[in-house]
Design a protein around this ligand. Structure first.
Ligand code: HPA
Ligand code: ZN
Length: 346
């Protein structure tokens, strides 16, 4: 089903939080060329079409094989600022009023870029977004799970002087043979240092169910990234529901790294009362920012405006905002729905 113009415009204007977004996954080919030129880095491709032709993903591993090499153009604090600023402007144009953004410092420090360039540039964009766009933004430091636990721990130590700029920690990259339990000590230390915790439980991974159980019982996370494989185990659905944990789902991304958007899983969990949210993951690679993801899911699953309001309300419920700020954004969503004559979800 194609969405009507009215639904597309409603979805894009709806105030929302984005909670699953990799800043490095917002590197559009045009910006990559500009940064390569600025830093004197030769690239294998010379046109945007040639770059997009390499975006031939069949699973998480084949995506990551394109994603990491592309980051080589990011070197100075200005580069990281420009990347985040471009994302924040686009996000604002698609209704994002609050965003909690992942960044992967080890993908940069491991190639000789100082940690302070990464965090310094991103922080400048965060401050600017509040001042110039009225968008509130937070940073979540993600550890690369295919690196060692020791490397993660030393990255956590490197981040401590910047504690005030980082709301939480996450875990991403290749899940195969890299279970959550590998990072139990790192996450325990991060918790003790006052960080909130989330972890990727990627879609249809070998051991998905066992990994999600570890995340819930051994790590004790505050949120789960992806995680829709819980539908295979009613006990996990019950645990997630009881704890009121948010799942940060990414329908367009799912359709690139698996066969489908997983719309039945996302919408089924939403209707069962789980705080599922809709997000863009790596929009430069998957061709859709967050408003586009709301529309794609609506088209695939036949959602109406009230369902989209539910997803926006979930995005604030699952966010790491203070209760007062969350209530303020919920009020904005309710006002927006009322102004469009859209009934609130039951
Ligand atoms: N999963 C794992 N690693 C990632 C992802 C993802 O969705 N996006 C960027 N790195
Ligand atoms: Zn992700």
């Amino acid at each position: 089903m194609t969405a009507s113009e009215a639904l597309i415009s409603f979805a894009h204007g709806l105030p929302k939080a984005e909670l699953h977004l990799h800043l490095e996954g917002t590197l559009e080919p045009e910006l990559r060329f500009a940064l390569a030129a600025r830093n004197g880095i030769p690239l294998a491709q010379s046109t945007v079409e040639e770059v997009r032709a390499t975006y031939d993903f069949t699973d998480l591993t084949s995506f990551l094989a394109v994603y990491y090499p592309a980051m080589g153009v990011l070197q100075t604090a200005d580069d990281f600022h420009d990347l985040a600023w471009a994302y924040l402007r686009t996000a604002a144009s698609q209704g994002v009023v609050h965003t909690e953004m992942f960044f992967d410092p080890q993908a940069h420090t491991s190639r000789g870029v100082p940690f302070e360039n990464v965090i310094g540039g991103y922080r400048r964009a965060v401050v600017r977004a509040q001042a110039e766009l009225g968008v509130s933004a937070e940073l979540i430091l993600c550890f690369l799970r295919d690196f060692s636990a020791e490397h993660a721990m030393s990255t956590l130590m490197e981040a401590l002087p910047y504690r005030a700029w980082i709301v939480g920690v996450g875990l991403d990259s290749d899940e195969r043979d890299n279970p959550p339990s590998k990072f139990a000590a790192v996450f325990a230390r991060a918790r003790a240092e006052g960080f909130l915790l989330t972890m990727h439980c990627d879609i249809d991974q070998p051991g998905s169910i066992g990994h999600i159980r570890q995340v819930l019982t051994e790590i004790g996370v505050d949120r789960i990234d992806h995680g829709t494989n819980i539908v295979e185990d009613p006990e996990l659905v019950a645990l997630v529901t009881e704890r009121g944990l948010g799942l940060t789902c990414c329908p367009v991304s799912n359709s690139f790294v698996t066969e489908q958007m997983k719309s039945d899983e996302i919408v089924g969990l939403m209707r069962a009362g789980v705080a599922v949210t809709v997000n863009s993951d790596d929009p430069a690679y998957f061709g859709g920012y967050v408003g586009d993801n709301y529309v794609a899911l609506a088209e695939q699953a036949g959602l109406d405006e009230t369902d989209l309001v539910r997803l926006a309300l979930n995005s604030f419920a699952a966010s790491w905002l203070t209760p007062a700020r969350r209530a303020d954004y919920v009020g904005q969503v309710e006002q927006y729905a009322a102004a469009h004559g859209v009934p609130l979800p039951a």
